[in-house]
Design a protein around this ligand. Structure first.
Ligand code: HEC
Length: 186
């Protein structure tokens, strides 16, 4: 067999592979793979900062990705938060998941597909409605600070759906986040 006959088809296959790889790589610009796009948005928009419990590592505090996006740990034993003052109204605990302020104490939600305690029983439409209206599933109680839903609501429908698709693809963690504590004597 003549070498050109082998080399040419091989080059063609390489060229096709390169085109496919190129068109699939920029998750940032294409919505062809919603899960990749969702992963990109969740990572860049800092959802892990608040929804993944932080732990101390050799490099300093960092989100514990073994508990990715599972929210405030149900087993965390917390003393009462310090009383806020007018100048310093907000406190946050060491896992970065419990927030005390004039709204009481809010605990970051479990965004994993756990059916009992996360977003496993939510539809994509409920997720969109929640982030557009700032209400639980788009119809329940108000979502409290510091959840930055007014900023997240600026995403397009396709991007919000991609975020939801990614969140539904991650490991489900059955962590039961407590209900918020109402403000006391404020
Ligand atoms: C600055 C911290 C912070 C960041 C960043 C943040 N969240 Fe939240 N989020 C919260 C808190 C706190 C709550 C719980 C509020 C409450 O209980 O009312 C919450 C609640 C939610 C809820 C509501 C769940 C429910 O049961 O109603 C969804 C959905 C959500 N966050 C998604 C996201 C997504 C997606 C991102 C990233 C694009 C994100 N959050 C980034 C703090 C944050």
């Amino acid at each position: 067999m003549n070498a050109t006959r082998i080399v040419l088809p091989a080059l063609t296959i390489l060229a096709i592979a390169a085109t496919v790889a190129f068109t699939q790589t920029p998750a940032a610009t294409g919505t062809k793979d919603p899960i990749a796009r969702g992963r990109y948005l969740v990572t860049a928009m800092g959802c892990n900062d608040c929804h993944t419990p932080w732990t101390m590592t050799a490099q300093g505090p960092a989100p514990d990705m073994t508990r990715m996006l599972s929210g405030h740990p149900a087993d965390a034993k917390l003393p009462d938060p310090p009383a806020g003052s007018e100048a310093w109204p907000v406190s946050v605990n060491t896992t970065n998941t419990a927030w005390s302020g004039p709204w009481g104490i809010s605990y970051t939600a479990n965004l994993t597909p756990s059916k009992a305690h996360g977003l496993g029983a939510w539809t994509a439409d409920e997720f969109l409605a929640a982030l557009r209206t700032g209400r639980h599933q788009g119809r329940g109680r108000q979502i409290l600070p510091p959840m930055p839903w007014p900023m997240i609501s600026q995403l397009t429908d396709d991007d919000l759906r991609a975020v939801f698709a990614f969140l539904q693809s991650i490991p489900a963690i059955d962590n039961h986040v407590p209900e918020p504590t109402p403000p006391q004597g404020r």
